[in-house]
Design a protein. Structure first.
Ligand code: PGA
Length: 255
């Protein structure tokens, strides 16, 4: 099995004003002066907090990401940020396709595809989210549903190295609900995603692409999740807002 670096990624969502973001960034930098070998750490604050968090965490081994991007380079797109803007603020990753953006903001597979391509062209790693709603899980068609999201969202994406892309499987019924998928559930779908990535990008690249699990991941379940062969870390919402919890997940992922 290829030796993929695990990724523990925090998605702060719409939490923390500038002062609270500075405080959390300081706490994280203090809690994680170094990270275990074989683990990478990422935090994705709200756009308004990115420069503050970047300044506070400069000395820490923690990468910075955004939660959204627009694919055009510049111009009259009120409220949006471009890839180059994110890059100039210190971002090396960007979450796209989160179910909250697909649901509340009506973003489509086509939008994700344009965002993924613009990010890769700019040298930012997309963290492409996918995941099924509860009714699809109950109908039993979730593997096809998720793999189709991956195919549509990443179609035609050109990557040369596996570190240029991260995929996060986040079953919607497990996000923010406290209902975690079991490690077996996570492995089943993450494994199927990897097979889809093999069809799309070839075996060698797909073997190195990180596939994360997200949805009520926390200190108590991270170890069993990352013990699964195709689960390469987690996209963490709620538990990423407390420095001690998030830091303990990083440590446990490295054990
Ligand atoms: P949660 O969120 O950890 O609070 O369930 C995960 C996510 O939506 O990225």
């Amino acid at each position: 099995m290829p030796n993929r670096t695990k990724l523990i990624a925090g998605n702060w969502k719409m939490n923390n004003d500038v002062a609270a973001a500075a405080k959390l960034a300081d706490e994280l930098a203090e809690a994680l002066p170094e990270v275990p070998e074989g683990v990478e750490v990422l935090v994705c604050p709200p756009t308004i907090d990115i420069t503050t968090v970047h300044a506070r965490m400069q000395a820490a081994p923690i990468a910075l990401g955004a939660q959204n991007v627009y694919w055009e380079a510049k111009g009259a797109y009120t409220g949006e940020s471009s890839c180059d803007m994110l890059k100039s603020a210190g971002c090396t990753y960007c979450i796209i396709g989160h179910s909250e953006r697909r649901g509340y903001f009506h973003e489509t597979d086509e939008d994700m595809n344009k965002k993924a391509k613009a990010l890769v062209a700019a040298g930012i790693v997309p963290v492409f989210c996918c995941g099924e709603p509860e009714e699809v899980r109950e109908a039993g068609t979730y593997v096809d549903f998720v793999c189709n999201q991956v195919k549509a969202g990443l179609e035609g994406l050109e990557i040369k190295c596996p570190k240029q892309l991260v995929v996060a499987y986040e079953p919607i019924w497990a996000i923010g609900t406290g209902k975690t998928a079991t490690a077996e559930d996570a492995q089943e779908v993450c494994g199927a995603i990897r097979e889809t990535l093999k069809e799309m990008f070839g075996e060698e690249l797909a073997d190195g692409i990180r596939v994360l699990y997200g949805g009520s991941a926390k200190p108590g379940n991270i170890a069993e999740l990352v013990a699964k062969p195709d689960v390469d870390g987690a996209l963490v919402g709620g538990a990423s807002l407390k420095a001690a919890d998030f830091a303990s997940m990083v440590v446990k992922a490295g054990e």
